[in-house]
Design a protein. Structure first.
Length: 248
């Protein structure tokens, strides 16, 4: 039940701009910004044959000029991954979903952490990611569509924001997203200070569970989350089309 609740909270916390329910699956469409917001997700038991459902999803994504992407979680039908592999879909971005029990006291919050507005936070995020604000228009739309309570956080050193993250609170569940630190300031404890303060805020506001996703190959981030006490609950990956091999 914990895994399913985290899955639902995570989808709510990173909403699609459009979505379609189809026999226990949710198809998400967001102009191609992030695979998570532009993929088919199997959530509940189904009645329709999996191959038929794959073809249905492919048609819906291609009608919107988007790649058909499938997110494979423990809730997916047992045959889905193999069917996609046989159709030429590649496996990418295996991601660990981690959980932290917030019943225990967290570290003392850092005075360097401040809560930002969306309008102030997004330029910080773009600067730290070395990307332009113009390229994140869809990102802004997704953030504005979040129904949970948002904590746009930044950590400053000598008056400059050098790390930031987004927290989304839904009932007792607090999700962490868009965690980034300037390259020259990494491995100095800033990420730990930022996230510890955010977890303290979440606990004060009624959260009992924190969760996040981290790509399996991102060893530095995994070490940070290990130090904070996060533990793996489940993992997922994406199947994306190899355009030269996928069956028509």
């Amino acid at each position: 039940m914990l895994a399913r609740r985290i899955e639902e909270a995570g989808l709510n916390a990173w909403p699609a701009l459009q979505q379609m329910l189809y026999d226990g699956w949710v198809l998400r469409f967001s102009k191609g910004y992030t695979k998570r917001a532009n993929s088919a997700n199997a959530l509940y038991p189904s009645a329709i044959d999996t191959r038929e459902k794959v073809a249905f999803c492919e048609a819906r994504y291609r009608a919107r000029e988007l790649r058909p992407i499938f997110r494979i979680t423990p809730f997916a039908p047992a045959d889905l991954d193999g069917i996609l592999e046989a159709r030429g879909y590649e496996l990418v971005d295996t991601t660990l979903v981690l959980h932290l029990d917030l019943d225990q006291p967290t570290s003392s919050p850092s005075e360097q952490v401040r809560q930002e507005s969306l309008d102030d936070w997004l330029p910080i995020f773009c600067r730290l990611k070395s990307s332009s604000l113009e390229d994140h228009r869809t990102h802004r739309e997704i953030l504005k569509a979040i129904l949970g309570r948002c904590f746009y956080a930044s950590l400053t050193v000598s008056g400059e924001a050098i790390s930031c993250a987004l927290g989304v609170l839904e009932g007792e569940f607090f999700g962490l997203f868009d965690v980034v630190t300037a390259p020259e300031h990494r491995n100095k404890g800033h990420g730990m200070a930022l996230l510890s303060s955010m977890l303290d805020w979440a606990q004060e506001n009624g959260a009992r569970h924190a969760y996040l996703g981290v790509v399996e190959l991102n060893s530095p981030a995994r070490r940070l989350y290990d130090k904070l006490g996060f533990q793996e609950v489940y993992r997922y990956w994406y199947r994306v089309p190899n355009l030269g091999k996928v069956e028509s």
